[in-house]
Design a protein around this ligand. Structure first.
Ligand SMILES: [Mn+2]
Length: 313
């Protein structure tokens, strides 16, 4: 494992630019900005930046820095929570002197000069907590801002400590993080409160989902449905878990029709689904993945594969 080497490298550089994946979730942002806050707090003389597109639903958590290309010249680039280079937000990531990859997705695309990739962690934010623990003796310190961001990331990727990726280690780090001062109810509200129209669309999903006797379930949000609720495809991120509490469902797919493709969000309570995701232009974790199909016929092929996985499980 490269963790000690990574800690040393962070100490050596004066300029550090931290990236994460496109269409960020709380873990991408929490690990990215939590690491920034921790480094800034521990080593105030260092210049540390976070880059990538701002997502309006998460600007309450953190806002990105706007930086000049020239800053990359002598910089260390750290990429958090991003399995492959195609998904890195802000393609200037390769302008730096060195690249470090820190991620908990299966290591398919091995990029960077140093990698620390470990799918046994619930989240990349949990990995940053581990990094902090291992780096305490060489001057790393946490503060309230960093703790809030890392906690948000862990909460996001574990579904509020619900998913099986939640371990004793996750709870240990979470209990350490809540010793810092931040507003937990406000954080939960920011992540989970939904607009009326999103709540109503979740009602549509509960009325119209289909399921098979194998435990496979799916629901299609066509353009017509999205228009009916006045919802853009990008606003559906909160809805993937809606089918998760229905008795007997083992794995489910949420199809969201966009202008030129159909986005697929896949979740499972047992059957491995990232193989199916990679067959359909995607990837991810064994129990949480994403894919893309281009026609409803192709969507039906994916549904058939998901059905097979549920039968085999
Ligand atoms: Mn993650």
């Amino acid at each position: 494992m490269n963790l000690q080497k990574i800690i040393q490298t962070i100490k050596e550089f004066d300029t550090i630019i931290i990236h994460r994946h496109i269409r960020p979730d709380p873990d991408a942002l929490g690990s990215q900005a939590g690491l920034k806050e921790m480094i800034k707090h521990s080593f105030p003389e260092k210049q540390v930046y976070v880059v990538g597109e701002d997502d309006p639903s998460f600007t309450f958590l953190v806002k990105m820095d706007q930086i000049d290309d020239a800053l990359y010249k002598d910089a260390l680039v750290i990429v958090c929570d991003t399995a492959n280079t195609a998904r890195i937000s802000d393609d200037r990531y390769d302008l730096g002197k060195q690249i470090i990859k820190i991620d908990h997705h299966p290591n398919v695309d091995i990029y960077g000069d140093l990698q620390w990739v470990d799918p046994t962690y619930s989240s990349t934010s949990e990995m940053i907590c581990q990094l902090f623990t291992d780096a305490k003796t060489v001057g790393f310190q946490l503060n309230d801002a960093a703790a809030r961001l890392l906690y948000a990331g862990i909460v996001g990727d574990t579904g509020r400590f619900l998913f099986p990726n939640t371990t004793t280690r996750t709870f240990q780090f979470a209990s350490e993080l809540v010793t810092y001062e931040f507003d937990r109810p406000a954080l939960y509200a920011g992540i989970y409160n939904m607009a009326d129209k999103i709540a109503r669309l979740s009602g549509y999903m509960l009325q119209h989902f289909e399921r098979s006797s194998s435990g496979m379930s799916m629901v299609k949000l066509t353009k017509e449905v999205l228009d009916m609720y006045d919802i853009a495809p990008s606003e559906t991120g909160q809805l993937v878990g809606v089918l998760g509490d229905i008795e007997g469902i083992k794995a489910w797919a949420l199809f969201i029709e966009e202008a030129d493709m159909i986005r697929v969000r896949l979740r499972s309570k047992g059957p491995t689904i990232n193989g199916i995701a990679s067959k359909y232009n995607g990837g991810g974790h064994p129990l949480a993945s994403g894919a893309t199909v281009y026609t409803w016929e192709e969507a039906d092929l994916l549904i058939a594969d998901l059905e097979k996985a549920c039968i085999a499980f």
